[in-house]
Ligand binder design. Structure first.
Ligand SMILES: [Zn+2]
Ligand SMILES: [Zn+2]
Ligand SMILES: [Zn+2]
Length: 333
């Protein structure tokens, strides 16, 4: 069972599934409502996976049918292929399925974002300073392809955002407008994107992505940010990419985790259903066998009685004495 799911899943998906399986093993309530629903009455009993007694007693085949319906939905959703359970295959140098790499449409991100509980979404718009700086550096180099000298300009603008330690009271840092209703601030060592995470924000980030793809042609793809305005713009662009990326990763992990979970539940329930059906047909087969045996026996008895009657009729003429005749009648009993 587990070997099968391991062979079907890319490393990332398998890790995401393992996290969820740990949740099932633990007594703690499952955090995600969808995960809890997908697990559909499964429980871990010691080292065995089984169905809750109440499900087994009431309607196990309904649970199986529901899981099959979900599997059909899953297949339809991921028809595009190269996804765990839908076309992805293990091969050297191919460690991740498309769920972790393919672009996520803005509409899907917005929908996901709006469904997130506040405490979760706020953590996605917050990064530790050192993490933000590392991301900023990587984005300037590899995404916006800003030249080395100009990257220094961008970092100067970044430092201007940070609160300056000024004697007793820390001077509050500045804020940088990222787009409509969204500002970048640094508070207590955390770099935050303040704002609701509206469609406008995700669209702004997508524009940056489209731009960097479009003007990579001239001057070997290297860009400059040689004025403070351009440097600030590059910083804003990076921030948009970084925070959109955070949401994108969370979205992908959830999608992939659910896909892996559905796949597992489908396999597990399919196996249980087969066993249960086999057990039922075994039972039916044994019942049928017993009935057949009974039938054969009763036929044999009837045949025996007829034979006896014939014999007794034949022997009637000879007028056998009473006693032995009775004894003969009882013999087949
Ligand atoms: Zn979930
Ligand atoms: Zn995968
Ligand atoms: Zn430059």
């Amino acid at each position: 069972m587990f070997r099968k799911i391991t062979s079907l899943s890319c490393g990332r998906c398998h890790g995401l599934f393992a996290l969820r399986y740990d949740e099932l093993k633990g007594a703690a309530a499952m955090e995600c409502a969808a995960c809890a629903e997908y697990f559909a009455g499964l429980v871990v009993d010691g080292s065995a996976l089984t169905l809750e007694a109440s499900v087994l007693a009431s309607a196990p085949f309904m649970t199986f049918a529901e899981a099959r319906a979900r599997e059909r939905e899953r297949e339809l959703q991921f028809m595009a292929g190269d996804i765990c359970g839908s076309g992805w295959t293990k091969r050297p140098g191919h460690t991740m399925c498309a769920l972790h790499t393919s672009p996520v449409p803005v509409e899907a991100l917005v929908e996901y974002w709006e469904g997130l509980p506040e405490e979760h979404s706020s953590t996605l718009f917050r990064l530790r300073e050192e993490d933000f700086v590392a991301e900023l550096d990587a984005h300037l180099k590899y995404q916006l392809r800003i030249c080395r000298d100009c990257r220094g300009n961008v970092f100067r603008e970044w430092r201007a955002l940070r609160p300056r330690p000024g004697g007793a009271a820390e001077e509050g840092g500045a804020a940088l407008d990222v787009c409509e209703g969204h500002r970048l601030t640094v508070v207590d060592g955390l770099v935050c994107l303040e704002g609701s995470g509206s469609a406008a924000f995700f669209e702004r980030a997508e524009e940056v992505e489209d731009c960097k793809g479009a003007d990579g042609e001239g001057s070997e793809g290297v860009r400059h940010a040689d004025t403070p305005e351009l440097a600030r713009e590059a910083l804003v662009d990076c921030a948009a990419l970084i925070y959109k990326g955070q949401v994108e990763v969370a979205f992908r992990e959830q999608t992939a985790g659910h896909n892996a979970l559905l796949l597992f539940v489908h396999l597990a329930l399919g196996m249980m259903e087969e066993r249960l059906r086999n057990a039922f047909s075994d039972l039916r087969a044994r019942q049928a066998e017993a009935e057949l045996l009974e039938l054969v026996e009763s036929e044999a008895k009837k045949a025996g009685r007829k034979k006896d009657k014939k014999k007794s009729r034949r022997s009637d003429g000879r007028a056998l004495p009473e006693a032995p005749r009775q004894a003969r009648m009882q013999a087949p009993m």
